[in-house]
Design a protein around this ligand. Structure first.
Ligand SMILES: [Fe+2]
Length: 272
């Protein structure tokens, strides 16, 4: 894995702020797009993709490849995905360390894997198949989980690190997910970071969620909390980040509020 390109500070593209995004084009370095939206030949989405491609560097982010499925990868989906990535020709692309399909059923949720050697073997086998179709570097994102699957043989960070090493993948470290998991499951963030191959971290995600009955919810619906800003400062001081994405999906505020968060992330990245 060798990614040189520095993309800067960007945002996950959402149609709700399309016009404001174009009015403030100079303040957004790059966009992350949900690749699944553009897999079929729907004319509306293909025209949208052309417009975005003409105006921003794009990183495709996928949500339904289901890298952790024991039954293997859906090759029809993989072929479409590979075609889209080749068309965009980005410096890297991303998916999650999870499964979202099982027994032919689409679960519709990013589901956690047990932190076991068996799960590592399955996901590495699947990732190697994906890499045989796509030369563009794949980076892997840590998800949130409400329940830790029993039978774990290692920590989450060791699990992520071993998969990245065995497949030569980069990492998309979602620092909000890390903050949420460390709070909900009571583990130490510094220990997590000490067990992660930090040289493989290529990109960050950040956003805010909410708290319900003492549990943090990964809702992508709130302003980024202080704890996540502090974690961003820590992570950029110990890694070589190529891009940072604000990943707001719900309860989207006026675009100026999002731009303030991009500015704050930029100042953290610049001062690292
Ligand atoms: Fe994320």
């Amino acid at each position: 894995m060798n990614i040189e390109q520095q993309l800067g500070i960007g945002i996950g593209y959402r149609e709700q702020f399309k016009s404001e995004l174009f009015l403030n084009k100079e303040t957004v370095d790059f966009l992350e797009i949900i690749g699944d939206r553009y897999l079929d030949s729907n004319q509306y989405f293909q025209e949208e993709l052309e417009l975005l491609t003409a105006n921003f560097p794009l990183i495709p982010h996928f949500i339904n490849l289901s890298l952790g499925s024991a039954e293997g990868i859906d090759t029809d989906y993989l072929k479409k995905l590979a075609k889209l990535i080749n068309k965009i020709n980005p410096p890297w692309w991303s998916e999650h360390l999870c499964f979202s399909k099982a027994g032919g059923i689409d679960i519709g949720h990013l589901s956690p894997l047990p932190h076991t050697k068996e799960a590592i073997d399955i996901i590495c086998r699947n990732i190697k198949q994906v890499q045989s179709y796509i030369d563009t570097p794949l980076i892997l994102e840590n998800i949130t989980y409400m329940v830790e699957i029993p039978g774990g043989e290692m920590t989450e960070a060791q699990f992520i690190g071993e998969i990245a090493e065995k497949t030569n993948c980069g990492l998309l470290l979602d620092i909000t997910n890390l903050y949420i998991n460390s709070t909900n499951h009571g583990y130490d963030i510094d220990q997590f970071l000490s067990q992660l191959p930090l040289e493989r971290v290529v990109q960050l995600h950040f956003v805010g969620g909410y708290s319900h009955d003492g549990i943090l919810i990964d809702s992508h619906s709130e302003a980024t909390p202080l704890e996540v800003w502090q974690l961003m400062e820590k992570v950029v001081s110990i890694t070589n980040i190529n891009g940072v994405i604000l990943e707001r999906d719900e309860n989207i505020p006026p675009f100026t509020e999002l731009l303030k968060e991009l500015d704050r992330a930029r100042s953290i990245l610049v001062s690292s």
